[in-house]
Design a protein around this ligand. Structure first.
Ligand SMILES: Nc1ncnc2c1ncn2[C@@H]1O[C@H](COP(=O)(O)OP(=O)(O)OP(=O)(O)O)[C@@H](O)[C@H]1O
Ligand SMILES: [Mg+2]
Length: 213
């Protein structure tokens, strides 16, 4: 499904070059769930952005089903939950979820129904017409999870999707993501600091010193 090989990424800070990823390899099969842990600053979000094709590695290659991930394939087959959500402030919760569908065409009644159902599944049935600034941090995070699932993606990349949630709500969101994975064969890469969530994933990896330990 997804194969990354030899990923290297460094950032220039003043005249110093900081190496964040020093040669990361990762293969994820369809339907597989992989959890990535690692200290703050170890490069987890950097790696997810490379896997999503939102940023280019200095060296190395990311392939989806053997070829490059174009923007169109990303819109169709990738669901991404960003660490800082990236909801559109002017759009209410339902419209934010529908934005994913809008990338593929004009959403109709079926898409609106699916968006509403996904919001209900993350516990936001009563919040569909709230704007992001009228939602709590954890509620925004759950809108971002619903948006990531909107297009029934083949791959979900989720960057600490439960970072702002209480234990019970966080467990429910992770169970939803893992359930979607099992039911639909979607592959999941989950970044988390939560050991219990990591234990539920099929495989757990630890990023340290720019590589998987
Ligand atoms: N655009 C950038 N320019 C310069 N340095 C960057 C940039 N993006 C990230 N970094 C640096 O790269 C390192 C890894 O950042 P990254 O966000 O990938 O860490 P992380 O593992 O996701 O951390 P956290 O658990 O806190 O989210 C950090 O030290 C950060 O300062
Ligand atoms: Mg991060």
């Amino acid at each position: 499904m997804l194969r990354a090989s030899g990923l290297k990424k460094s950032y220039l800070s003043g005249d110093r070059r900081i190496e964040v990823l020093g040669g990361v390899d990762l293969a994820v099969m369809a339907g597989e769930s992989v959890c990535i842990r690692g200290e703050s600053g170890s490069g987890k979000s950097t790696l997810l952005n490379l896997l999503a094709g939102l940023d280019a590695p200095d060296e190395g290659l990311v392939e989806w089903e053997g070829t490059e991930a174009t923007a169109d394939r990303r819109a169709r087959h990738l669901g991404m939950v960003f660490q800082s959500f990236y909801l559109i402030p002017e759009l209410d919760a339902l419209q934010n979820v529908l934005m994913a569908a809008r990338m593929l065409g004009v959403p109709g009644a079926a898409e609106r129904k699916r968006a509403a159902e996904l919001l209900a599944r993350v516990g936001l049935a009563e919040r569909t017409s709230h704007l992001p600034n009228q939602l709590s941090g954890g509620e925004r995070q759950r809108v971002a999870v619903a948006r990531a699932l909107m297009n029934a993606p083949r791959l979900v990349l989720a960057d600490e999707p439960t970072g702002n949630l209480d234990e019970r709500t966080g467990d429910a969101v992770v169970d939803l993501l893992l359930g979607v994975c099992r039911e639909t064969g979607t592959a999941l890469v989950l970044v988390t600091h939560n050991a219990a969530h990591a234990a539920k994933a099929g495989r757990a990896l630890f990023l340290h010193g720019g590589r998987f330990a």
